[in-house]
Design a protein around this ligand. Structure first.
Ligand SMILES: CCCCC[C@H]1O[C@@H](O)C[C@@H]1SC[C@H](NC(=O)CC[C@H](N)C(=O)O)C(=O)NCC(=O)O
Length: 221
């Protein structure tokens, strides 16, 4: 079967969680990077963007947009969702929370310097006081290796992405969360994830000014 093809900017943004999920599932994917307004307008003109927006993922003969919908489809397809609706809703709850935190980081890149610093400080505060304590307690309460059903799921992938992203803001952020530290080591050593964390993988770097400029130019905002 054809490899999934991802259409987005050459940066993290809303697509990075999709890259993480595919990589963790051991699925090879291709990428088309939007660099010009013309590319974006052609996707729109060709009717490939449901609401005129990217991420766009071509997979299984479909053209999928809406990040959460894409992630849910991929989680189900690659057996990274729950075994029943009760497990799936917990995975969705945990993933939704970490996705919100990731989006805050992504959007901060587009703010003027002082606002950006403020936003990232708020991300760190929320990670330390809202999100990470919740996940530390979940791991403590059920004493299992994974967040849900003692089986590796999309929620674990999202949490690792969030931990590594927040550590880029403050390397000591896990000092009060011993179980999250162990979780990070455990999940990072899963072979497909270990490979994605090596240099040269399709994982994208933090946003830089060039990336912000390209996105602004393509989306004209
Ligand atoms: C670091 C880059 C992430 C920040 C920039 C991204 O976040 C968004 O604010 C913009 C981009 S992503 C690009 C943006 N896509 C979305 O907003 C998708 C939202 C959708 N609900 C989803 O979940 O996929 C876009 O196509 N906009 C065109 C426009 O709406 O007319």
């Amino acid at each position: 079967a054809a490899k999934p093809k991802l259409w987005y900017f050459h940066g993290r943004g809303r697509m990075e969680s999709i890259r993480w999920l595919l990589a963790a599932a051991g699925v090879e994917f291709e990428e088309e990077f939007l660099e010009t307004r013309e590319q974006y307008e052609k996707l729109q003109k060709d009717g490939r963007l449901l609401f005129g927006q990217v991420p766009l993922v071509e997979i299984d003969g479909m053209e999928l947009t809406q990040t959460r919908a894409i992630l849910s489809y991929l989680a189900a397809k690659y057996n990274l969702h729950g075994k029943d609706p009760k497990e799936t809703v917990r995975i969705d709850m945990y993933a939704d929370g970490t996705l919100e935190l990731m989006l805050m980081v992504a959007l901060a890149a587009f703010k003027p310097p002082e606002e950006k610093e403020e936003s990232l400080a708020l991300v760190l505060k929320k990670a330390k006081t809202r999100y990470f304590p919740v996940f530390e307690k979940i791991l403590k309460d059920h004493g299992e290796d994974f967040l849900v059903g003692n089986k590796f799921s999309w929620a674990d992938i999202q949490l690792l992405e969030a931990i590594l992203t927040v550590e880029e803001l403050d390397a000591s952020v896990l000092s009060d969360f011993p179980l999250l530290k162990e979780f990070k080591t455990r999940i990072s050593n899963i072979p497909t994830i270990k490979k994605f964390l090596q240099p040269g993988s399709q994982r994208k770097p933090p946003p830089d000014s060039h990336y912000v400029e390209v996105v602004r130019n393509v989306l004209q905002f």
